[in-house]
Design a protein around this ligand. Structure first.
Ligand code: NI
Length: 255
């Protein structure tokens, strides 16, 4: 079994400092066939590309997270464009809007998100979207530009998921579906068509039950697949197979 495709991870995080290489080297033996490591600013996008250079099964997404939007220097988009043109960059991400923390002013978040959607379309790359408590404004920009991509760690309603699907995009589900009060994510897991679902960790965060509190890594994905399988009346293995297939299609890979 080698069908775990983690469509969203942050192995450049400090949480992996002590054992990053050993951990990544061991993952393929635990069934992991592919990982997209997502940047959140220029430095972590570069770090994602470095990890991708070192590990065959790791690919990078390069982008500016909404938390970092205010810190963008003038001309950042041309720097980002260069990174996105690297061989192993397969997406622009993670990008989007976060109105829960509001670490950057909302008008700047929207501007930086939109500039990166336009960049992705110019480079014909999918986007990886972070949307936290910003559903309306996120949808508005997705409707306006109709990019390819995925809304990761999807936290909207089943209705919103259907609209994302109609726009041609994918829904990414992670450890949150396993949490005790995860009514909404489970409703979403039940309605997403089989050809539009991706699975992810967002590690080191979002550790699935029964390992909450521990550092997350891609080998924990079967716990998430198990819960998604339950609400869809299928097997975890089938969920891993189809999410692997979908990730390969969206990111243009053969892992
Ligand atoms: Ni993330």
């Amino acid at each position: 079994m080698n069908n775990i495709f983690d469509s969203h991870a942050h192995y450049d995080s400090d949480a992996f400092e002590p054992d990053r290489k050993e951990l990544l080297s061991a993952l393929q033996g635990q069934g992991v066939c592919g990982i997209i490591n997502c940047g959140s600013d220029i430095a972590s996008s570069l770090a994602s590309l470095e990890l991708a250079d070192e590990f065959d099964f790791v690919y990078a997404a390069c982008g500016i997270h909404p938390h970092e939007a205010e810190g963008c220097k003038e001309g950042y988009i041309s720097v980002l464009k260069k990174l996105c043109m690297a061989d192993k960059c397969v997406a622009v991400g993670e990008i989007g809007l976060d109105y829960h923390y509001d670490f950057s002013p909302r008008d700047i978040q929207k501007q930086v998100f939109e500039q990166q959607i336009i960049l992705a379309k110019e480079l014909d790359l999918p986007i990886i979207v972070h949307d936290r408590e910003a559903h309306e404004d996120t949808l508005e920009l997705l409707r306006k530009h109709k990019p390819k991509g995925v809304v990761h760690c999807f936290s909207g309603s089943a209705e919103m998921a259907k609209e994302i699907i109609r726009l041609g995009m994918y829904i990414g589900l992670g450890g949150a579906v396993t949490f005790k009060n995860a009514r909404k994510p489970r409703e979403v897991a039940a309605v997403v068509p089989s050809d539009r679902l991706l699975i992810e960790t967002d590690c080191p965060y979002m550790t699935p039950v029964p390992h909450r509190g521990k550092r997350c890594d891609s080998s924990f994905i079967p716990f998430t697949a198990e819960v998604i399988a339950e609400v869809r009346n299928t097997t975890a293995n089938e969920i891993l197979d189809l999410t692997r297939r979908n990730a390969n299609i969206l990111f243009g890979l053969e892992l």
